[in-house]
Design a protein around this ligand. Structure first.
Ligand SMILES: Cc1ncc(COP(=O)(O)O)c(C=O)c1O
Length: 393
């Protein structure tokens, strides 16, 4: 019989540099491969599985809703969509919600919303984004991201300007009353786990307020407790006009959303935007179970506490091992920059039953589920210390 990996190699687009394991089941922070080997998962489907794998609350919600109504399109009202919108509004303070299916789609909707808002008041300036940013892989969102993402995909749309991240002078020179909007991540995840500096965020808040520029936080990776606060922007004294969310919102069920004020949402009229699948009853039921569990079980606080412990362990490790150049991040979003490429380290960790991920070639990224326990952190740290100690710098 052909193996799953051979099947995949024969039939799927060859787009992903996959790790050589086929995962077949998961429970909590653990997953198992097709040979029965167990792993501790510090990837969480790239910051998605906030509740770990196959959480009973999610299973119950999906089972229950799938017996009632799975999909209707947005031609009709459905209860889970309305209830999830209310729940998100209550916990976030944003008055209005638009649902879609992924992070990229949330950003696409936000781009259209800020463009329309800007056009209505005669703004002609660009949407500003930052070096190292990642906002998705559509033509518009790669235009907001790094050069690497853009290579070979031109011509790209106009009306975007990329500035160096954490560069307050560049902000002051470029954000003005004509600027349409600024899109920013509180901690750049795909860009190497790089937090925005406080000085940069202060300047951003001041300039956006002064020039009436819409401030959009891409909370797709940082949202729902990942950085130790409900949303990443809450690490700073700043208030966005719009946030985009996805990933952990569905805990593994695909869903994304845009959150904003009633006033801004009203700049979209009937027919300006929409989606067939977005906010369908099954996705929204799954998301309600995830968001309620995060809030009811204090998982944001857990992320904050366990994040402090994780960073204290990483700090000690960095002081001992010269192969580590820098440790960065917030909460349960940690980046360990090495002076060597990190894929071989990721493969060795895999051998030891630890799932970790590599971003920007030399940075190991740890994104455990929010349910992580101290003993899981100890397990990963012990193995990472061992693997890095054996590595030649
Ligand atoms: C900050 C950020 N924005 C947008 C996206 C795109 O989300 P999706 O892959 O769901 O389209 C990602 C995905 O990694 C992300 O980290």
């Amino acid at each position: 019989m052909e193996s799953i990996q051979d099947l995949e190699k024969s039939y799927h687009f060859d787009l992903y540099r996959r790790l050589p394991v086929t995962l077949v089941k998961g429970k909590g922070i653990h997953v198992w491969d097709s040979n029965g080997k167990e792993y501790v998962d510090f990837v969480s489907g790239i910051a998605v599985n906030a509740l770990g794998h196959c959480h009973p609350a999610m299973i119950k919600a999906i089972k229950k809703q799938s017996k009632k109504l799975i999909h209707t399109s947005n031609i009709f009202y459905t209860a889970p969509q309305a209830r999830l919108a209310r729940l998100l509004s209550r916990i976030s303070g944003f008055e209005r919600v638009f649902f879609c299916n992924s992070g990229l789609e949330a950003n696409e909707a936000a781009i259209k919303l800020v463009r329309k808002t800007g056009n209505m008041i005669g703004k002609k300036g660009p949407i500003i984004t930052f070096s190292g940013a990642f906002h998705g892989r559509s033509i518009a969102s790669i235009t907001m991201g790094s050069d690497k993402l853009q290579q070979s995909f031109g011509p790209l749309p106009e009306g975007f300007l990329r500035l160096p991240f954490n560069d307050t002078d560049a902000l002051r020179k470029n954000v003005n009353e004509d600027t349409t909007a600024v899109f920013v991540e509180a901690v750049q995840g795909e860009g190497g786990v790089v937090p925005a500096s406080s000085e940069f965020m202060d300047a951003l808040q001041e300039l956006c307020q002064k020039n009436k520029v819409l401030l959009v936080f891409d909370e797709i990776q940082t949202g729902f407790g990942r950085t130790g606060y409900l949303f990443g922007y809450m690490n700073y004294p700043i208030k966005p006009d719009i946030i985009t969310i996805a990933k952990a919102l569905g805990g593994g069920f695909p869903i994304g959303a845009v959150l904003t004020s009633d006033e801004i949402s009203r700049n979209f009229e009937h027919g300006n935007h929409g989606t067939t699948f977005g906010g369908n009853p099954l996705a929204c039921s799954a998301a309600i179970s995830v968001v309620k569990t995060i809030m009811d079980q204090g998982l944001v606080e857990n992320a904050n506490k366990k994040g402090s412990y994780l960073f204290s362990c990483l700090g000690k490790m960095a002081a001992e091992l010269p192969i580590i150049k820098e440790v960065r991040g917030k909460g349960l979003m940690a980046g360990i920059e090495l002076i060597v490429p990190c894929r071989p380290i990721v493969l060795k960790m895999l051998g030891k039953g630890c799932l970790v991920n590599c971003t920007v070639e030399n940075t190991i990224r740890l994104l455990p589920p929010l349910i992580v326990k101290k003993k899981d952190i100890d397990y990963i740290i012990k193995n990472l210390h061992k693997v890095l100690s054996e590595e030649k710098a």
